[in-house]
Design a binder for this molecule. Structure first.
Ligand code: ZN
Length: 654
């Protein structure tokens, strides 16, 4: 069980509600619907308030179940949980696919059976629950029945439980509280894939202490939450007040606050001079044009420098002397650390064209490295570049492994992992449309790369899910001529198809300033992602390096900020870091800084479909923040609330 402590019940509710909203959106995007359980009571006020205001939830795809209800209490009574859900939830959201409320005024055995049958058909994605003053979950008072397989049961309420209900003001006297209730059973609650448990307030301090400090026992029903794999306990300072010191030390996600003030904050539309940002735990909890009062927060004086969302690099191969294909976890971790120093807070590690075995090995290494990546830019998933690309447009990709898409092969690769987020291939190859549709169905972004396609092929590809063009201008067709006839190529297609996203290597070398200006002029900041596409020599002194594999890669020379073949006939990879992309766009291409930042933050976040958590400095988003000066030199990188200093997580305070 993870535990998060917040300053107050409002901050707690915001965090819990946002987490719930994200899980609901995730469930809908992966399987088309979401099944949820909602609790009632004072503890859920702020969490539900946040949840109903969450954006982007298709509520007509949500099925709601109700945790518990009194027996024989009229729906009109102020304490009725049906009334509560109606007033605090159902009336604030569009009509759900279904809302299975518990009717306590009917034949209760039949009601338990009716709802039990339905919930068994609906595996629960997320349960929002609380913990009672006596430690109960739903109305399972101690000693709770941990064994029953029945989804809904009839229970007797004990005195402590009744006192709580009166204490919270739902009833005038204890005698008025019903004797019995219908409750979801413990086993049914634990079947939920995710559990979000909100427990604010001093009245719950004892229950929270027992939950966190007692062994699992039915005398303290909430201790059973330790047995669940995906449960997060949200508490506030008041509820955490009596925890002993060791418990607080053990809580991994103690919500330390961080305040950045005296900041030139870059938002998508403007710059806020002298603003301040408050971070609580991993999230941004306030952005203000004035100073924010935050007692006990770690304070960072930005000294009037730029404060921007963290940079998102959706195409990167290496840095610091390492390549993601080096075959070890250290390479992943070192590359992430290197780029974090230059302002990248999240990235898509990218592979090169290679054998199936090597790709599978790299994906497996990703999974292991991802769990250890605490000092570097966050990994957002893998980007596979090749091997299904055009031989003619291979650039520096290894010709031995270039092939057409093979369904058996890509099915095997995709099913070996859940980490693939993007796949770059040439759409004119046989089988590419099927590949595009398959990737789309797996929530993987198909991208157009290393390609000889003409406009008609790009248009068809767009209709089959290929909505992004990989490093525009590099390794692709412009206008070509076959006999007397001219054909528009991928570059023209990028301009003609308004909704097509493009990424550009904005190191100032791969594309000269006039081309950077042209792409910006036509596509605009909402359709362009700036990428480094950098190889292992990024962040290293200039001189000799190797492109690709350490064993049989290509010897290259790094000079004047780019890698070249030894005979200098061609570029052989970028050595850019993210801050250099920004500097290039502003100083060489004359782009306003707000737009340049957008192309490194909000736009790549939108392309990866993670705008709800990343890409802007707004309340509720991940606290991925970069501070840099007028020369685009990075002063500080903050990733999900953690301050990185020289590649190290600082333990603070500063
Ligand atoms: Zn690349």
């Amino acid at each position: 069980m993870k535990t998060c402590i917040y300053n107050n019940s409002i901050a707690l509710g915001k965090a819990a509600g946002k987490a719930a909203a994200q899980l609901i959106r995730n469930a809908i995007s992966s399987k088309g619907s979401a099944n949820i359980i909602l609790a009632t009571g004072t503890s859920q006020f702020e969490t539900l308030k946040e949840l109903v205001s969450a954006k982007g939830i298709e509520w007509n795809k949500v099925v709601m179940f109700h945790l518990d209800e009194y027996i024989s209490l009229p729906v009109t009574h102020p304490a009725s949980f049906r009334k509560y859900l109606q007033e605090r939830f159902l009336s604030h959201v569009p009509t759900l696919k279904n809302a299975w409320l518990i009717n306590g005024e009917t034949n209760v055995e039949k009601e338990c059976e009716r709802l039990g049958n339905v919930i068994q058909e609906h595996p629960i994605d997320v349960a929002l629950i609380g913990i009672g003053e006596n430690g109960h979950l739903a109305f399972n008072d101690p000693p709770a029945d941990f064994e029953t397989e029945e989804p809904y049961i009839v229970v007797e309420l004990n005195e402590a439980c009744k006192n709580q209900q009166m204490g919270e003001g739902w009833f005038q006297s204890v005698d008025e509280v019903p004797q019995k209730a219908i409750s979801m059973s413990i086993k049914q609650i634990l079947k939920s894939k995710h559990i979000i448990c909100s427990v604010p307030g001093a009245r719950k301090a004892r229950a929270v202490k027992n939950t966190l400090e007692k062994e699992i026992s039915n005398l303290y029903p909430s201790t059973i939450l330790h047995a669940h794999n995906n449960c997060t306990l949200y508490i506030d300072e008041d509820a955490a007040a009596t925890l002993n010191h060791e418990t607080k030390e053990k809580i991994t996600l103690y919500q330390q606050q961080l305040k950045i003030y005296n900041a030139r904050i870059i938002t998508p539309h403007k710059i806020i001079e002298n603003g301040s940002i408050l971070v609580t735990g991993e999230k941004i909890t306030a952005v203000s044009e004035r100073n924010i009062e935050a007692k006990g927060a770690i304070e960072i004086d930005a000294k009037g420098k730029y404060v921007s969302p963290g940079f998102i690099d959706i195409h990167v191969h290496g840095g610091g002397g390492h390549d993601f294909m080096d075959g070890n976890e250290t390479a992943f971790l070192k590359i992430a650390e290197l780029h974090a120093r230059y302002g990248t807070t999240s990235m898509l590690p990218t592979t090169l064209t290679s054998s199936k075995e090597e790709l599978l090995r790299t994906l497996a290494i990703y999974e292991r490295a991802n769990k250890k990546n605490t000092n570097g830019a966050q990994f957002l998933g893998m980007h596979l570049e090749g091997p299904y690309i055009s031989m003619n447009q291979r650039g520096a990709q290894d010709a031995r492994y270039i092939r057409n898409p093979v369904a058996d092969e890509y099915h095997e690769i995709v099913s070996s992992t859940s980490c693939i987020k993007r796949w770059s291939s040439a759409p004119e190859l046989k089988g590419s449309m099927e590949l595009g549709r398959f990737l789309k169905s797996k929530n993987i972004l198909p991208a157009i790369a290393h390609t000889d396609a003409i406009y008609e092929e790009v248009q068809e590809a767009f209709g089959n899910g290929y909505t992004l063009i990989t490093h525009l201008y590099s390794a692709m067709t412009g206008v070509t001529r076959r006999n007397a006839y001219r054909y528009a190529g991928v570059i023209e297609s990028a301009y003609l198809i308004d909704e097509m996203d493009v990424e550009i290597i904005a190191d100032g070398v791969h594309l000269p300033p006039p081309l950077l200006k042209l792409v910006y002029k036509i596509k605009g900041p909402d359709r362009i992602a700036l990428i480094t596409d950098s190889m292992r020599a990024a962040g290293m002194p200039e001189g000799e390096s190797i492109l690709g594999s350490l064993h049989n890669g290509l010897k290259v020379i790094v000079e004047n900020g780019v890698a070249k073949l030894p005979d200098r006939s061609s570029f052989a990879g970028s050595v850019a870091t993210a801050n250099r992309l920004l500097k290039t766009m502003v100083e060489m291409a004359g782009v306003p800084i707000t737009d340049a930042v957008k192309m490194l933050t909000a736009t790549p976040a939108r392309i990866l479909n993670i705008s709800d958590i990343k890409g802007e400095l707004t309340v509720g988003k991940d606290a991925d923040i970069v501070i840099f000066d007028d020369d685009f030199t990075i002063q500080k990188t903050i990733i999900q609330g953690k301050i990185l200093l020289y590649g190290q997580v600082a333990t603070g305070p500063y």
